[in-house]
Every structure is written in C-alpha cells, then in structure tokens.
Design a protein around this ligand. Structure first.
Ligand SMILES: [Fe+2]
Length: 262
C-alpha cells in the first residue's frame, strides 16, 4: 500500500452476518458458518486489493450470543493486524462485543478518521427485537457526528436496512425510524454512502447522490423479492469498497463458491 490515505484510495473489506456459534462445526440454514467465514477470508487474502485498510463487520457476528463465538471471530482476524470495526446486529450481545471486540486492532462502534474519509458506526440494535431502531438519543448522536465530520467524506455503517428491500418479511424487521434517519442523511451532503448488513443479499441503489449498499452474508443468503422467508442458493459473499480522496466510491461484491483451492 503506497502513499498516504490523503492521496490514494482506501480499501474496505466489508463482511457481514457471519452468524458464528460457540461450536466451530455448528450449521445454520444448511452451512457451517465458521467454515464459510474462513472461506470468505481466504478468498479476500488472494485478492490484489488485500491487505485492506479496514475490515468492517456490520453485525450478527454470532448467532448464539456466545462468548466463544466472539472469541473465534477475534482469533480469525487479529493476526492480520488490520483494524476491524464492528457494530451489533439483532443476534448480537453488545455487552460481550464491547468486552471482546474493543481493543486493537478491534473497534466496537464509534467513528474512524481515515485520511479525508470518516466512517461512522451506527448501532441500530434494540434488545429483544429483530427489527432495528435509532431513537432520539442515537439520532441526536448521528447529527452531532455528521456536523463534527463536515467537510469530509462520510460512510455510514449500520446493521439494519434503511430502504425497503421489496421483501415483505424482511422489510418487517428493517430500521423502524428510517424516515428520521433518511431526513438526516438527506440534509448531509457529505454523506457518500450508507452501508448495511442484515438482509443477506447484495443491493446498490443511488438516492440523492448517496449510495445505499447492502452486502451478502458470509454464510447463507435470503431470496431477494420474496414475500415470505426463503433462502437463496447464492454462495457466501463479501464486498470491497474503494474510497477515493475526491469522495468517489468504487465497489464490488464477490461471491465465493468454495473454500477449497483448485
Ligand atoms: Fe440481522
């Protein structure tokens, strides 16, 4: 990686919804989630964009809220010595994440200054709910963070989706106060993109010059456009983002067929 972050593109590896368990061999929706997670990391390391400047994990790190699941996540990533940012999803335990994923190279929530870019990590976690929400305090915190980062390029990262996915069951567990959130984003011209997990599918939409992106899970995917819960047969995935000094974003989703090398 040559040059300072001021004059080159920054590379983000986005992984989401790893759904790890206390046991390494636990299966969920037909896949062993630890195995597919490792296959995604293996794939990423063979990409010319590796090593990324940041690894970003937008929630549902574990499925069973287990300490051992978070420890496995940590052990799989810490030897890369790359900052790993995370926020909680509906399946997570934010207290455990704060305890286990807050010391370098890990960061739980907050903000990251990266050259001319700022990453704002926004928790949408609501205890005991599958849907997400911000509420007055988090909305206020977002407004404050956005004004503190005025004049920079901002990437907002969250678990729950703020735009409908056109899938009734999934849109029933979306971000509840999306209108308030979108109003703030619409009034913040320095926000370049909003990135989420939770939906286990890829999407890329432009709304008033803001990219709204979702990324496939590192395990099983949901069938896009389905009224009721249904699995897609697409393989595990990841997303690369390249953030340019002028605020431009290039992004690509990779689908990973198999961990085994040819
Ligand atoms: Fe989720």
């Amino acid at each position: 990686m040559a040059g300072s972050p001021r004059d080159r593109a920054l590379t983000i590896l986005h992984i989401t919804d790893t759904h790890l368990h206390a046991a390494a061999d636990s299966r969920m929706r037909g896949v062993t989630t630890y195995e597919t997670f490792l296959s995604v990391l293996d794939h990423a390391q063979r990409d010319p964009r590796w090593p990324a400047d940041v690894i970003l994990a937008t929630g549902d790190i574990v499925q069973d809220e287990s300490r051992a699941g978070y420890q496995r996540f940590r052990a799989s990533l810490e030897h890369f010595r790359i900052p790993v940012l995370s926020i909680p999803g509906n399946h997570d335990d934010p207290k455990l994440m704060d305890e286990l994923l807050s010391t370098p190279p890990f960061q739980f929530g907050g903000e990251l200054w990266l050259g001319p870019w700022s990453l704002i990590l926004l928790s949408t976690y609501l205890a005991g709910e599958d849907a997400g929400g911000l509420g007055a305090a988090r909305l206020h915190g977002l407004r404050k963070a956005l004004s503190a980062h005025a004049g920079r390029h901002v990437l907002v990262c969250m678990h729950h989706h703020p735009l409908p996915m056109g899938s009734a069951w999934l849109d029933g567990v979306a971000l509840r106060d999306a209108p308030e959130f979108l109003k703030i984003i619409g009034a913040s011209p320095h926000v370049r993109a909003v990135l989420c997990g939770h939906v286990h599918q890829a999407s890329d939409r432009q709304r008033n010059n803001v990219h709204f992106l979702s990324t496939p899970s590192t395990c099983a995917q949901f069938l896009p456009g389905s009224e009721f819960f249904a699995l897609d047969d697409r393989p595990p995935g990841l997303r690369w983002l390249e953030l340019f000094p002028d605020g431009r974003i290039e992004t690509q989703v990779d689908w990973i067929q198999s961990r085994k090398r040819a």
